[in-house]
Design a protein around this ligand. Structure first.
Ligand SMILES: Nc1ncnc2c1ncn2[C@@H]1O[C@H](COP(=O)(O)OP(=O)(O)OP(=O)(O)O)[C@@H](O)[C@H]1O
Ligand SMILES: [Mg+2]
Length: 258
């Protein structure tokens, strides 16, 4: 077996509070090849953001390993671009100054950073918004700016935590297509948290369905249908079957939790 490009092996993380200890992630394992798109579905509290925080190196696991090209990432954080659940654009900076931030933090001058972002800015339709502040933009515009900012990290592995969660259906479709196009062009490997089963089916090479208490993988799916896909795939029998199974799994989790 060739070494996978990215691998999570037996990852476990507990949190202790005054009242109790929570197994936020327990024995989570999966792997991806370069350029693959993985979606993670699961009820609130099943450990999706914790998994991302561990992969991003923002916290250490109790046990297990995370490997990129066979090398542990635990001692080498900073190998991922991370778009958090909230867009976290800095409100006092313009869209342009938010976008250049990842490169500016590494010493690149503003003009040079902006120049290297030009194609992403154009692809995401932000050319006319560069001088606005985030509070002068719509939700969809802010999400596009956050996506472009994440792309400027230049990292080959992206963690996107519900990036389109708060958007209307049309804006969401537009951004899904955009993300697929950019990811394919740059051969990015993407881990994507969503609560939308159709979105996962449309975008992914693989889907993890997680359960809660303890946060663990219930099922892993591989979708062979080539990407990019159109909404039409959702009416194919195989997609309908997988969607039904996923919804049943999620329903059981939510019911068990109630
Ligand atoms: N810093 C922390 N201290 C204590 N418990 C935590 C901490 N962070 C997360 N948890 C707990 O760990 C579990 C997993 O949380 P996490 O935020 O990873 O869930 P999630 O799947 O991202 O949920 P959501 O879909 O609501 O974003 C939850 O029970 C949560 O309360
Ligand atoms: Mg979360």
């Amino acid at each position: 077996m060739p070494t996978p490009y990215f691998e999570v092996a037996h990852l476990t993380k507990h949190f202790s509070t005054d009242e109790s200890t929570v197994a936020a992630i327990q024995d989570v394992s999966f792997s991806l090849q370069k350029g693959q798109f993985l979606s993670i579905l699961g009820p609130s509290g099943c450990g999706k953001s914790t998994l991302f925080n561990l992969i991003a190196g923002l916290m250490q696991p109790d046990c297990g390993d995370i490997r990129l090209q066979g090398e542990s990432m635990l001692l080498r954080p900073g190998l991922t671009g991370y778009m958090l659940q909230k867009d976290l654009l800095l409100p006092w900076r313009t869209i342009a100054d938010n976008i250049v931030l990842p490169k500016a933090l590494h010493g690149t001058r503003r003009q040079a950073a902006l120049k290297s972002a030009v194609s992403d800015i154009a692809a995401c339709g932000l050319r006319d918004l560069l001088n606005r502040r985030p509070d002068e933009c719509s939700g969809g515009q802010r999400q596009r700016a956050a996506l472009v900012r994440t792309l400027q990290t230049g990292k080959p592995l992206l963690l996107l935590d519900e990036p389109f969660g708060a958007l209307d259906a049309i804006t969401r479709l537009h951004l899904q297509a955009l993300l697929t196009e950019i990811a394919t062009k740059k051969r990015l490997t993407i881990l994507f948290v969503t609560h939308d089963v159709d979105e996962a089916l449309l975008l992914s090479d693989a889907i993890l369905v997680m359960g809660t208490a303890p946060g663990r993988i219930l099922r892993q799916y591989t979708l062979e249908e080539p990407r990019p896909r159109t909404m039409r795939v959702l009416s194919q029998p195989e997609f309908i079957r997988v969607k039904g199974e996923i919804l049943t799994l999620l329903d059981k989790e939510v019911t068990a939790d109630a």
